[in-house]
Design a protein around this ligand. Structure first.
Ligand code: 5AD
Ligand code: SF4
Length: 469
């Protein structure tokens, strides 16, 4: 047999299965077990939750968060795939981390987690040799085992999607900020034509009722005063309660509200199609359920909504809000908007401005449409030019800013409860949240985690000044 130079060995030329196996096993140089980690979470609050939980897993191994300004031994990039250039951002981050490592004289281990990992895991492994772990959002409980391999110099990918498997294997919650996140549901079956979530996060699954009540109890014992229930579509959550009855989101909220040490409950994100009478009623009768509703509408045009596969119209959305407001008159509203969906005309965009005027949102998120590979909208006719999208986004955001400021101004003169979350920028200053999710800064004698009464005395575009009463 002709001799093949060692550097030219390939799968095809290898004489034995053993050598083939070695060549197939991607490796990097073995490393010392990391002492410190940093998790960089991008995108939605669910990624923030997942990032915290990955931190807890690493904590169990004695790996501690890197100090501010220190290069970590292990970096987890917890990525988001929902909008533009997500993958490119990951590669440039990897480049930056590698460069900083070279400068500091040590290369950190790099793990890519989250939705880009799920969608493009193989590609990342091929293109970025500095990455030793690629782990999807349903598989991150296996991060410690992957880390063991990485330390030995083996690279690994885990993008399995076993429903709910990770939660049983994550450590118990032992630490919490005053305001904590709790993922109750994952995945989405709605298949909005622009959205990649049903592909990256999979089908809707609800975490079991008892497991959630237990996790909430532990968060409260660890200092949480407020819990935000998270999910791609929390309004689709369902489960069997202690009494064996099948309940929806309202039933879960009611159960959590029974904990006397939990003061506030929020939830996000919901879909208008799944909001039932029970959750409307819950807003009317459960004081701990904060008067705030994030309910994405995406567009004010019925034609665009249909093309988005949203299953609601502008009118049905507005009537739904009427029912919520009837139950809880001081409800603050928030939403998500997309401008420049394929085929959106100027008149259709103006319908979005109209719905904004009609609702008067207290806060909102607005985005330029971004074609996501594999989604139906990405190949629709009538893709909108970037300049037109920019112009529409600016007009929409001006209207949303105007309404947010007006909402803040209308709050001046009220006294409300504020949950103190952190120190403000100036010495002696504190920053907290009003029931309507406004940031409130004030001075005085208090501590992080306190619930204080504050008079709202000054409104800014995105925050309010208060005084302790
Ligand atoms: N382009 C722009 N915005 C999007 N969103 C989801 N997918 C896209 C996309 N392809 C927005 C929606 C959603 C929010 C989480 O992100 O407004 O509600
Ligand atoms: Fe995406 Fe629509 Fe599901 Fe929201 S409801 S996650 S926008 S598919």
């Amino acid at each position: 047999m002709a001799k093949v130079p060692a550097n030219k060995l390939s799968f095809k030329t290898c004489p034995t299965a053993a050598i083939r196996a070695i060549l197939m096993k991607p490796t990097t140089a073995p490393q010392a077990t990391p002492r410190t980690y940093r998790v960089k979470s991008f995108g939605c609050q669910m990624n923030v939750y997942d990032g915290e939980r990955m931190g807890e897993l690493l904590g169990e191994r004695g790996i501690v968060p890197a100090a501010e300004g220190e290069e970590a031994d292990l970096v987890v990039l917890n990525t988001c795939h929902i909008r533009e250039k997500a993958a490119e951002k990951v590669y440039s981050d990897i480049g930056r981390i590698t460069k900083a490592g070279n400068k500091a004289g040590k290369q950190p281990l790099i793990a890519v987690a989250g939705c880009v990992a799920q969608a493009e895991g193989e590609e990342i492994m091929k293109r970025a040799p500095a990455v030793s772990m690629v782990v999807g959002p349903q598989a991150y409980h296996r991060l410690p085992a992957m880390l063991d391999k990485a330390v030995r110099g083996e690279r690994s990918t885990d993008t399995d999607m076993p429903a709910n498997a990770k939660f049983a294997e994550l450590p118990q919650r032992r630490k919490s900020a005053p305001s904590a996140f709790l993922t109750i549901q994952e995945g989405c079956d709605k298949f909005c034509t622009y959205c990649v979530v049903p592909y990256t996060r999979g089908a809707e699954i609800s975490r079991p009722f008892a497991e959630l009540v237990e996790e909430a109890k532990r968060l409260v014992a660890a200092g949480a005063k407020e819990i935000t229930l998270l999910g791609q579509n929390v309004s689709a959550w369902s489960g069997e309660n202690h009494a064996g009855h099948n309940v929806g989101l309202a039933g879960l909220v009611a159960a959590l509200a029974r904990d006397p040490d939990l003061a506030r409950i929020r939830y996000t994100t919901s879909h208008p199609a799944d909001m039932d009478e029970d959750i409307i009623e819950a807003h009317g009768c459960i004081d701990k359920l904060m008067p705030y509703l994030h309910l994405p509408v995406q567009s004010g045009s019925d034609r665009v909504l249909k093309a988005m596969n949203r299953s609601h119209t502008a009118e049905s959305y507005l009537r739904l809000l009427d029912r919520f407001r009837a139950a809880r008159p001081d409800l603050a509203l928030s939403g998500d908007f997309i401008v420049g969906f394929p085929g959106e005309t100027e008149a259709e965009f103006e319908d979005t401005l109209k719905i904004v005027d009609e609702v008067g949102y207290a806060a909102a998120f607005s985005f330029k449409y971004s074609p996501r590979p594999g989604t139906p909208a990405a190949t629709m006719d009538g893709q909108i030019a970037p300049e037109a999208m920019d112009e529409r986004l600016q007009r929409l955001q001006a209207a949303l800013r105007r309404d947010q400021w007006a909402f803040n101004e209308a709050s001046v003169g009220k006294t409300c409860e504020v949950l103190v979350e952190r120190h403000g920028k100036k010495p002696g200053q504190w920053l907290g949240k009003s029931p309507w999710l406004q940031s409130v800064w004030f001075e005085g004698d208090t501590a992080i985690g306190d619930l204080v009464q504050a008079g709202l005395i000054e409104a800014g575009p995105s925050s309010l000044g208060g005084r302790l009463v």
